[in-house]
Design a protein around this ligand. Structure first.
Ligand code: NAP
Length: 452
């Protein structure tokens, strides 16, 4: 799609870097509020939708329906998509900024928090980001060497909603997974899985678990596996301060659900099962002769401090348990972009209401703005704030129209995809999926995508 001369001449040429929910909600706000503003959206992958395509669990197809709304936005005559363009790697951001009246960064969080313990880099220890991207067919993670044929116990460190997604997917029967858009390579690996036990390990207590009631309920209601919580750990975490925290209605609902999973410590284990564990911090991952995990060493914690800010404090007690795979699900981190300020202590791009601090007409939205927390819908308010800042500042733009991104990319010999390319790829994936009774069959190789 080419812009007309009229849209070029009128003010408001915005670039959004990143095509996940934060980017699309920002585009929606801008297009709605400004009658002649034009948007170029750039993504490093040939495909749009970022976290929706590669982060949302494959059995959560309803959540992915938000892409219908994003597709409507992308079909607007004032919107163009440029996929397969790696800002900072193929072209510096300093070459992009002069082309636009405003540049909005919406690139999400592309790094992982580390545990900082021995054994963390063994084979068979994966970050949740890598593992989730792998089963969702992210082209950069298709070669993750996952083998579940010798794995019976998996430890997931962390108790957020990503950890819940991982536990549910790891124990879902293959005849359920086959009805989703999970990547074919993952389906093959899952079909050989020997996993019987998945442990969700929290360093603090039941009340402080980061997962939400809805996600916990879905996990507990799965007919194909049990969920259990050890009575001793549950009780140990119920300090007076924890009881105070239960005054919160959302927490008390979650606690009611968790309470239904409590079993006495010596009750026999029925597998497959999810063990929800509390007050444990891993201090070492012990490897076997082949360099894969065999055991995890934990320190037992106790809770200390006032309600809402209780901390896990190490006790003298340590314990060792057998695990053949470890997934680190302790939160995502933002990664600095060359030429853009970065606050290392807060791990965000410093900003005031979406305006990047100390920069002219550079904006930020999504996880890189507020940290890696919140659901997809959290981006709506966040994006609206950033779009508002852009629109306010556009009122003062007086300089002349800029060169076109398309020409600049061509001059750098960058092979980019556009929205029409995505629509073709989408059609191919959906019709291949339909033939197998699935929502889509993902193409996972960039080379293959580019041939379409
Ligand atoms: P999260 O919610 O921040 O949870 C991180 C977990 O890791 C917490 O339990 C935290 O415990 C623990 N942790 C952090 N550092 C640790 C360490 N050094 N050792 C042991 N444990 C550690 O992160 P997330 O699960 O990655 O989720 C990110 C965001 O995406 C969240 O807002 C989540 O709700 C959202 N999400 C939503 C859905 C959904 O709606 N279905 C699905 C997936 C993700 P402490 O509390 O003790 O720090």
């Amino acid at each position: 799609m080419e812009y007309t001369l009229v849209t070029w001449i009128m003010r408001g040429k915005v670039c959004i870097i990143g095509s996940g929910p934060a980017g699309f909600y920002t585009a929606k706000n801008l297009l709605k509020a400004h009658p002649s503003l034009v948007i170029d959206m750039i993504d490093m992958l040939p495909t749009p939708f970022g976290l929706i395509r590669y982060g949302v669990a494959p059995d959560h197809q309803d959540t992915k329906n938000v892409t219908n709304e994003f597709t409507e936005i992308a079909r607007n005559q004032r919107f163009r998509f440029f996929g397969n363009v790696k800002i900072g790697e193929q072209i510096p951001i300093s070459d992009i900024r002069p082309l636009y009246d405003a540049v909005v960064l919406a690139q999400g969080s592309s790094s992982d928090r580390r545990l900082g313990i021995p054994g963390e880099d063994l084979q068979g220890v994966y970050s949740s980001r890598a593992f989730v991207n792998w089963y969702n067919g992210h082209p950069h993670f298709v070669n993750l060497p996952v083998d579940l044929s010798n794995v019976s116990s998996v430890a997931i460190i962390g108790q957020g909603n990503v950890a819940i997604d991982l536990a549910r997917i790891l124990l879902s029967p293959v005849d359920e997974l086959i009805k989703t858009d999970i990547a074919d390579h993952a389906l093959e690996v899952f079909s050989r899985s020997k996993i019987e036990r998945v442990s969700l390990i929290g360093r603090r207590g039941a009340v402080q678990s980061a997962f939400t009631t809805k996600e916990l309920r879905e996990l507990c209601k799965k007919p194909s596996f049990h969920c259990r919580t050890l009575l001793s750990e549950f009780n140990l975490s119920m300090t007076d301060a924890s009881k105070e925290e239960m005054a919160n209605r959302a927490i008390s609902r979650k606690m009611k659900l968790l309470h239904e999973t409590v079993v006495s410590d010596n009750e026999s284990v029925f597998t497959p099962c999810v063990d929800i564990r509390f007050l444990l911090s891993p201090i070492e991952i012990i490897g076997n002769a082949d360099g894969y995990p065999s055991q995890l060493v934990f320190q037992r914690n106790r809770l200390e401090g006032p309600s809402q800010i209780q901390k896990a404090v190490a006790t003298e007690e340590t314990l060792k348990e057998d695990f053949e795979m470890v997934l680190k699900s302790v939160g995502y981190l933002n990664y600095p972009i060359k030429g853009v300020p970065f606050d290392l202590s807060l791990n965000i791009i410093p900003n005031i209401n979406g305006r990047v601090s100390g920069e002219n007409r550079l904006y930020i939205t999504g996880w890189a703005k507020r940290g890696a927390h919140g659901i997809i819908g959290s981006n709506i308010i966040d994006a609206s704030e950033t779009a508002h800042a852009v629109l306010e500042d556009l009122k003062n733009v007086t300089d002349t129209p800029k060169a076109d991104l398309k020409d600049v990319l061509q001059s750098h010999s960058i092979e980019f995809t556009d929205w029409a390319h995505w629509e073709r790829l989408n059609e191919i994936e959906v019709s291949a999926g339909k033939a197998e009774g699935r929502p889509r069959k993902k193409v996972c190789s960039i080379d293959e995508m580019l041939k379409i």
